[in-house]
Design a binder for this molecule. Structure first.
Ligand SMILES: C[S@@+](CC[C@H](N)C(=O)[O-])C[C@H]1O[C@@H](n2cnc3c(N)ncnc32)[C@H](O)[C@@H]1O
Length: 455
């Protein structure tokens, strides 16, 4: 790694999407109507992936880019459960709930802000309405280790949860103080141990690099501590700094954020650290043990990327339930409202709290396939794309291939007649390498306040 001149790479630090969707959420608009959405729900036959958003948190983590609601009022929490149930009832009027559920995810917010009996109530309700769960469904929850107890764990175990993702971010006390999230190592360890005691087979830990006061040395220590927990998977996210969208991020003194060259050095070290310790890099920001199904999927070129990150379960119809949730079908994205009052009013009127979305044109559908393949497998099988979409790749994407030339010259990408392959160092810039395939990108090229920086 010492041979890489990271300063040279700093020029690639520019705003760019993370491509959890294509088109990105900036393209979601009113053109995709509620009736369009209902038609997709009513005609769908794919297996189901259910995402349920529990948006509440007690206090703000200043780095957080998620859609959260701060409260400690019991009645707000229980009222939300009543609305979730009604939303599920309305959904059940519009889609065939006997379709097989192959994935379920509780996201947040802090799902474990809810008490055990409340979590039980929500999952039980969903199971009565959606009765057909695959015996090997992936059932997961995001947990903040500071809010997690054994009673909640018992509920997750009872309902067959098999994956838990723990939010850690960074173990350094100075960084924790700055991001307003004091979480001693022992708290995280106790949470991981509790999950293991109840047989959770897949434990993931989330870290973030690029946070205030992080240094190359401090993050090395964070990695060592995370590794000592022996997680099955790790997510190491690039901090998405979007202070124009998230007020709490404005609390950071931007001069304390690590510079792009330090961030690249940190992430390159992270890749080497985990590869030397028996993990493999999976996609842009995940690491897994070689026996993990994600790893087998990458070997077969069958890893998929969706709103929840990376998965082996491609092709499912993702149904977003709750405030701000995003749903995804092969030809559409649909997002619920972010406003609690609007959410409740829609449900009171007997409608889904749908706000906006996008229907994919043939061009969107093709570019989505190409961009997601790059983001997941760091390569594009040109012949496969040509066969599946009936195009001549080099003609269709002549502009993109021209834009990729600078990466080819820098030995970050290799292009042959059969394949586009990204080098290991090139994976550090995978968002930049995907951007030439994005038809909407030119609209945002001069706009610094669109996406977080790629590096
Ligand atoms: C939706 S959060 C919820 C998890 C849970 N509330 C917790 O914090 O423990 C899921 C993950 O998103 C990541 N995340 C949140 N804000 C981010 C940002 N601005 N940039 C990069 N990753 C972020 C964090 O790693 C976090 O653990």
């Amino acid at each position: 790694m010492s041979t890489i001149d990271f300063e040279k790479f700093s020029k690639y630090s520019k705003p760019g999407p993370r491509y959890t969707s294509y088109p990105t959420a900036l393209e979601f608009d009113d053109g995709f109507t509620y009736d369009n959405y209902l038609k997709y729900l009513e005609n769908g036959t794919e297996k189901l992936s259910l995402y349920v958003h529990l948006p509440f948190c007690r206090s703000a983590c200043y780095f957080c880019g998620c859609n959260v609601v701060f409260t400690s009022k019991e009645e707000k929490l229980s009222q939300y459960i009543e609305y979730l149930k009604k939303e599920i009832d309305i959904l059940a009027q519009h889609l065939d709930t006997s379709r097989e559920v192959i994935q379920f995810h509780f996201g947040g917010g802090t799902p474990t802000f809810y008490k055990a009996f409340e979590l039980d109530e929500i999952v039980s309700y969903i199971k009565t309405k959606f009765p057909n769960w695959s015996s090997n469904a992936e059932i997961s929850v995001e947990i903040d280790p500071r809010f997690f107890n054994e009673d909640q764990m018992k509920v997750f175990a009872k309902h067959g949860f098999n994956r838990i993702s723990f939010g850690v971010q960074d173990f350094d006390p100075k960084v924790q103080q700055e991001i307003h999230r004091i979480q001693p190592f022992e708290t995280t360890k106790a949470a991981v141990d509790l999950a293991r005691r109840y047989g959770i087979g897949s434990i993931n830990v989330d870290l973030i690099y690029g946070l205030p006061y992080q240094t190359f040395e401090s993050f090395q220590s964070t990695l060592e501590q995370a590794f000592s927990l022996e997680p099955d998977r790790l997510a190491v996210f690039n901090y998405a700094h979007v202070p124009w969208m998230k007020k709490t991020m404005r609390k950071f003194d931007e001069t304390t954020l690590p510079t792009p060259d330090v961030k690249l050095k940190i992430f390159r070290y992270t890749i080497d650290f985990f590869e030397n310790n028996g993990y493999k890099m999976v996609g842009m920001d995940h690491f897994a043990k070689p026996e993990d199904e994600l790893f087998a999927a990458i070997e077969k070129g069958e890893l998929h990327r969706n709103f929840q990150g990376y998965t082996t379960k491609g092709g499912a119809n993702l149904i977003g339930i709750g405030l701000t949730s995003i749903g995804e079908g092969s030809r559409y994205y649909a997002q619920n409202t972010k406003d609690m009052k609007v959410y409740e009013a829609a449900i009171d009127a007997g409608k889904l709290p749908f706000e906006r979305g996008v229907e994919l044109s043939d061009d969107d559908y093709l570019r989505k396939a190409v961009i997601m393949e790059l983001m997941a497998n760091f390569a594009i099988d040109i012949k496969r794309v040509e066969n599946e979409h009936g195009i001549d790749f080099k003609t269709y994407f002549s502009d993109a291939l021209r834009d990729l030339e600078e990466f080819v010259k820098a030995d970050l990408v290799e292009i042959t007649d059969e394949k586009i392959t990204v080098s290991t160092t090139g994976t550090l810039l995978i968002r930049n390498i995907a951007m030439p395939f994005d038809a909407y990108m030119h609209q945002y090229s001069g706009n610094k306040k669109s996406f977080s920086k790629t590096v």
